[in-house]
Design a protein around this ligand. Structure first.
Ligand code: FEO
Length: 172
């Protein structure tokens, strides 16, 4: 059995990951509406990855005898001033998610819950990659998104992102 506090934190994290999927799908809605289908596609793929994260944590809890409980998913309440704004909001959101994962890791460390630490190792690495990806998008947008040709090319690049379910996943 998992420690109750750790189980609760992980259960809450399922909600945060599903919210992340919802948020990124909302970004995709915005870009689709703006005619930037490549950007929309990139965030659709990101939403699928976030859903996967939620499923992974749910599975870990179930494997450890925890009764998973769901709560309401927050409404994404974002309006965007320009095409850069969702990219910046995405980066900030990933930094927030990293802080949540780190807090669970910290709790697991304090309780010598090595199994959960091992499970979370995958997420720690994933968060590093997601922050880098989000930051790269901002840099590219600032460099190339300022004129129509650059924005068109960047849109084409983002359209090529392929969703690949994680081959390895976290240790269960
Ligand atoms: Fe599942 Fe983007 O954090």
């Amino acid at each position: 059995m998992l420690n109750e506090k750790i189980a609760t934190m992980l259960n809450d994290q399922i909600n945060k990951e599903l919210y992340s999927a919802y948020l990124y799908l909302d970004f995709a809605n915005y870009y689709a509406d703006e005619g930037l289908d490549g950007f929309a596609h990139w965030y659709e793929v990101q939403a699928q990855e976030e859903r996967d994260h939620a499923f992974m944590i749910r599975r870990y809890l179930l494997n450890n005898g925890v009764r998973v409980k769901f709560s309401a998913i927050e409404k994404p309440a974002k309006t965007f001033a320009n095409h850069l704004a969702p990219l910046q909001a995405g980066f900030e959101h990933e930094q927030y998610v990293t802080s949540l994962i780190t807090a669970i890791y910290h709790e697991a460390f304090g309780q010598k819950d090595y199994k959960t630490m091992q499970f979370l190792d995958w997420f720690i690495k994933e968060q590093g990659e997601e922050e880098t990806n989000a930051d790269d998008l901002i840099k590219k947008m600032k460099l190339f998104g300022g004129d129509a040709k650059g924005l068109y090319a960047l849109n084409q690049e983002l359209a090529a992102r392929v969703y690949t379910p994680s081959a390895t996943g976290p240790a269960m």
